[in-house]
Design a protein around this ligand. Sequence first.
Ligand code: GLA
Length: 381
Amino acid sequence: MRQKIRNKFQELFASEGSVYTSPGRINLIGEHTDYNGGFVFPGAIDKGMIAEIKKNGTDKVRAFSVDLNDYAEFGLTEADAPKASWAKYIFGVCREIIKRGGEISGFDTAFAGDVPLGAGMSSSAALESTYAFALNDMYSLNIDKFELAKIGQATEHNYCGVNCGIMDQFASIFGKKGSLIRLDCRSLEYKYFPFHPTGYKLVLLDSVVKHELASSAYNKRRISCETVVAAIRRNHPEVEFLRDATMEMLNAVKADVTSEDYMRAEYVIEEIQRVLDVCDALEKDDYETVGKKMYETHHGMSKLYEVSCEELDFLNDVAKKCGVTGSRVMGGGFGGCTINLVKEDKYDAFVKEAFDSYTAKFGHEPKLYNVVISDGARKLK
Ligand code: GLA
């Protein structure tokens, strides 16, 4: 991949730039909790984006996506935005840096990635973090790592139409080889948890489906949560996020909110607790409890938060039938992957059964990725 980028950069710009990379992420548990001020438990993976980049002495950015074989040229002002949606991620990062007072100029860049698009592994955060990290380094901007993550998140909000939380960009920047990270999305306190589940494998099964309107459905979930918080605040003004709410508080406003909003909030309140339960279980090497919580998350995401789909529910059922310790839809949902915690001696039979039965039912194979927990954003030598 690096050689492909190098060749393209040389061909287009006849020079050599610096090379940066930033990964996608997995999340063991804690889904749709980040924008509710709750906890998440992600880790960076060994798949991500790589970009070669060099200042070009103009006020224009000239960018090439190797994977899409597409070129875009744009400026650094709002009036000079690119049309292509992939280029908006780079443009958004530039704009968010400038809004924070960072002084940058035009540059040339070519990039490619091996984190599958739309699979719930956060290819977009990988792209944002790559450029946020690279520009910070190249222009010696001294932006701290949290602000780099927030620059990526603000890019999603202001240039890509997704009102996401901080998890993906955080994981992509802060990732550490061999460790998952528990992040408190309100205080932004975090703790690395070395994750070496002896006797188990962590494997992703990609349904290879991506549903339309995923971003508007995502934003709608967020509004539901905020609506419930507003209702609870009438009795409990101290509640800032669903993180602060209890099931008792939620039940007290049951008549004031729609049944749909109630279900969404119920899921979030339970999910925030599950992350803490999983952390306790991990400290005791109790993977059975970790797995049980993962199944509970899947059930909640499917029946209460309604961000699963037929294909993902099917993969979850197969996991259950094969005695897989834990399995659930990962990431925002509406397609993408399940994450599975599988005992080594059950792994082969599970993978075979998942491939055979999924292909028989849906007419195409799922994809399999073994998870390797890796470092976050960095410059490559
Ligand atoms: C997407 C968002 C994250 C998070 C997850 C769900 O990946 O980008 O901020 O909300 O969905 O946990």
